[in-house]
Design a protein around this ligand. Sequence first.
Ligand code: PXL
Length: 268
Amino acid sequence: MKQVLTVQDLSCVGKCSLTVALPVLSAMGCACSVLPTALLSTHTGFEKPYVRSLTKDINPICAHIQATGIRFDAVSVGYLSDPEQVAQVIALADRFSATTIVDPAMGDNGKRYSGITEGHVQAMAVLCKKADYLLPNVTEAALLTGMPYEKTQDIGYYRELLQALCDFGAKTAVLTGISYPQEQTGFMLMEKDNEVFEYRADKIPGSFHGTGDLFSAVFTGGLLKEKTAPEAAELAAGFVERVVAHTPKATPFGVEFEAQLPWLWENL
Ligand code: PXL
């Protein structure tokens, strides 16, 4: 069985991060270990959550895990709560020398999540340069590359952003949450050879929380099941689309992915 370590927060309420990655990766037949980076009462989309950053715990946990001799096929990184943690995760990726998938969870809709500072963005940029697969949304790509954030259907803008991500160092970049003309949404993927792969589907109106985390988890599982990057991204986008279609309303509590998990297994 393929071994994956998922590194992100544990939010008690509001499905995102670990509460999404663990069920999804397990349903895809991967052995999923977790490294919680912070413990929150809710994710930061709710007002004033209680947050306990686990910065001091990360290094001792990793040292012990490494001493057990376990090897991970992939390390998948999501929300980190401060710049010091980012530096530790950079060391962690080297420690386990696994394929690294980074979703630089820092913002959405043109805004940083509350608590994400400019220093955090700078630290994240260093981690992202080392990623084998980088999965930002448009807001995060703009933050990382310094390009302006635009709410547009201009494909030229998204291609430039994608190119900037690859020039920046990412081996494969997947830009998610693209607004295509004719009310379509999807992603664009660019590999080292500069080949671009596009995926489009009809947009369901609303801002559904945690879908980036869902995309990242399915993408990681797909790679571990020997799919190519475009195949894994297509599976992830297809799953997110299906989940959103089965979620009656966009709320901070997140999307209704649970009943769709069998579809993932059937489509592997
Ligand atoms: O879904 C991204 C995410 C992950 N983790 C925490 C968050 C968010 C987005 O708001 O607050 C704690």
